[in-house]
Design a protein around this ligand. Structure first.
Ligand SMILES: Cc1cc2nc3c(=O)[nH]c(=O)nc-3n(C[C@H](O)[C@H](O)[C@H](O)COP(=O)(O)O)c2cc1C
Length: 367
């Protein structure tokens, strides 16, 4: 029943949607890493709800570091992140219903009625706030080492953004910086926002596909069998609520290719071995090959919708027609982008510590 992820760097998540606070504990960070609060807030702002395309539950999401940080630097002790819940409305969830495709039924079974599942409880997307804050700390650490991570919305229904350049998406990652709705093509962004708003007006919701790139990783990171770079990233990404699939590089398209089309031919450039294509998504044998790590994630449509659906009263087993009340995201895709960046950052930091040791990330000795 543990709620801990990671090897060298571990993350524990705690809290419920309608409890007093949500939070995270990061253990394994060495002493002497600068944690600029403004950089953490900037990542948190990208996860915030806004406008007609998000839930109307707006939270300040002020990150409090309760332990592990002194004068803006890690102390080498566990870092505790707390984010208070300030805008929870329990009255929206008083009806005894299990929402189709949410975790109400599975949570009821697992915790045998003891858990506070109001507003999704511990399963709520709200828990991605401390997850994002923890990832923001790692994003800052990686950036100092020249490793950058970015995610954009690749597809919503039939609307497509342009793909990341498979061998060099660095400029595209730069172009995404600061975008609240992370789409490369402004035209596609407008169409996507319009589609989400239209679904919201119908009391419905939409899902989509995200594409993530990690640039600046050297070859040699990851373990050959169980803690493969792909396996660790997939494990973390599947921890994000509403994720239903992930693929690396050319992914499922590899099924249609011949070896001669799928293989990434080698070349030498500026004294370094590179590949001419990147169908492997920057990973071979579970280990990074020095090319950008590329993966795509499928996010399902938000389960809570105002449209009528069939359900069952879990106490009486009486069949019911329900229309979900409360404040919900008509699409999760845009808010999930910084969350995917965050979990990718946690994994990459963990794998880098395995490869280079924790002191690789730190400032010089203070004594
Ligand atoms: C940032 C974020 C926000 C979310 N907001 C909502 C929401 O407003 N309403 C909802 O029903 N689900 C929301 N979800 C998704 C549910 O938490 C998720 O679908 C549910 O816990 C079931 O888990 P599963 O979809 O992974 O099976 C959100 C997820 C994320 C990542």
């Amino acid at each position: 029943m543990k709620n801990v992820f990671g090897n060298n760097l571990t993350l524990t998540l705690f809290g419920e949607s309608h409890g007093p606070a949500v939070g995270a504990v990061i253990d394994g960070l060495p002493a002497g890493i600068r944690v600029p609060e403004e950089a953490v807030s900037a990542v948190m702002n990208r996860r915030k709800a806004y406008g007609r395309i998000s839930t109307s539950r707006h939270e300040e999401d002020k990150v409090e570091f309760l332990s592990g940080i002194k004068d803006g630097f890690t102390q080498g002790t566990p870092v505790t992140i707390l984010i208070r819940n300030e805008n929870a409305e329990r009255k929206d969830y008083t009806e005894n219903i299990i929402r189709p495709s949410h975790a109400d039924y599975t949570g009821l079974e697992k915790y045998r009625g003891y858990a506070d599942l109001s507003g999704g409880g511990h399963f709520s997307g709200r828990l991605t706030a401390p997850l994002t804050a923890a990832g923001a700390v790692c994003l800052g650490m990686l950036e100092k080492k020249g490793i950058t991570i970015g995610t954009h919305i690749l597809q919503i229904r039939t609307i497509h953004d342009e793909r990341f350049h498979e061998t060099d998406p660095a400029d595209q990652l730069n172009a995404l910086r600061g975008k609240q709705f992370p789409v490369l093509s402004d035209q596609a962004a407008d169409l996507m926002k319009h589609a989400i708003a239209e679904a919201a007006d119908e009391g419905d919701s939409l899902g989509g596909i995200l594409e993530t790139a990690v640039c600046g990783l050297e070859a040699g990171i990851g373990e050959p069998w169980f803690d493969t770079a792909e396996g660790m990233i997939a494990h973390a990404v599947f921890s994000v609520p509403a994720v239903k699939g992930i693929s690396f590089g050319a992914g499922f398209d590899l099924a249609q290719m011949k070896g001669s089309e799928a293989n990434d031919a080698f070349t030498a450039e500026n004294g370094k071995i590179k590949t001419m294509t990147n169908h492997s998504g920057g990973i071979a044998g579970g280990i990074t090959n020095g090319m950008p790590v590329l993966f795509r994630t499928v996010i399902k449509p938000t389960p809570s919708i105002a449209k009528e659906q069939r359900s069952v009263d879990p106490e009486t087993l009486e069949e019911k027609i329900i229309a979900v009340k409360g404040r919900h995201d008509p699409a999760i895709v845009h808010r999930a982008c910084p969350v995917i960046d965050a979990v990718a950052a946690l994994v990459i930091t963990d794998l880098c510590i395995e490869r280079y040791g924790a002191l690789w990330f730190t400032e010089k000795d203070k004594r």
